[in-house]
Write a protein that binds this ligand. Structure first.
Ligand SMILES: [Zn+2]
Length: 255
């Protein structure tokens, strides 16, 4: 299992990767988004060389607000075009897996309509991603609609779409994290890990919310998960983050 950390799309990318490397993470979760980490501003050669310097691998991540499920067809088509601009960069960086987030239309559109819009866009995106040697993973977000039933419809209707489990998101609205692992473990290739109290998407350090991390790790190990886990922690200081990293490694090795 590899532990990674994120870059900040609105801050100096190279400096952040340097920090991640110095603190001995295994990989970088490349959040390529507005307004600094965008295709026209990324220095590919520099990013490649800093990854190499610290022996870091990378996974790709597109903007969480990419409107793949918009009710407006033209906007969905633009979302595809926008994603492709990033696919080109990820290919140059030799990334294999790239995250696409769920996106739900306003509530006057039903869950099924939201599912349909996303399926239509994701099928097109998967097809395009093959030209760039990428594999796409679907990350459910922090809404009530990101439930087992809807996620299952999307994953089963888009072949070659993988599953990205965000453990914090799967703890909201009385959802059960381990249900997601049980149901989608065959498609699971990447994880975001952070804590919360089950009500808001707080992105806390491990142990600061109510997630039973040991229980989740046991379930992951039961299905022989041995992929990447990004600590997607936004709150607390660097010490809290590094403590979370040590805690995860220790728990993982002891289960
Ligand atoms: Zn996430």
């Amino acid at each position: 299992m590899k532990i990674g950390y994120i870059i900040h799309p609105r801050k100096d990318v190279i400096k952040r990767i340097e920090w991640i490397g110095k603190h001995k993470f295994d990989f970088v979760d490349l959040f390529l988004e507005e307004d600094i980490a965008v295709p026209e501003k990324i220095n590919i050669a520099q990013v490649k060389s800093i990854l190499k310097k610290y022996n870091l691998s990378a996974v790709g991540h597109t903007a969480w607000y990419l409107p793949i499920g918009s009710p407006i067809k033209l906007i969905r088509e633009c979302a595809i075009k926008e994603a492709e601009r990033y696919f080109k960069i990820f290919r140059q960086l030799k990334v294999e897996y790239v995250t696409i987030h769920a996106f739900w239309p306003p509530s006057i559109f039903s869950d099924n309509e939201g599912v349909e819009y996303q399926i239509e866009t994701l099928k097109k995106l998967v097809k395009i991603s093959r030209n760039y040697n990428l594999r796409l993973m679907y990350e459910p977000i922090d809404t009530e609609r990101d439930n087992l039933k809807n996620v299952s419809k999307i994953l089963s209707n888009v072949s070659e779409l993988y599953f990205h489990l965000d453990i914090g998101h799967a703890n909201l609205y009385k959802k059960k994290i381990n249900d997601f692992i049980k149901k989608f473990h065959k498609k699971l290739v990447h994880i975001h890990l952070h804590d919360n109290h089950g009500k808001e998407d707080e992105h806390l350090p491990l142990g600061k919310g109510n997630i039973d991390i040991e229980k989740v790790i046991r379930e992951l190990r039961k299905y022989d998960y041995d992929g990447t886990i990004t600590l997607e922690i936004f709150k607390g200081n660097n010490k809290d983050l590094l403590r979370s990293k040590d805690k995860l490694r220790k728990l993982w090795n002891s289960e």
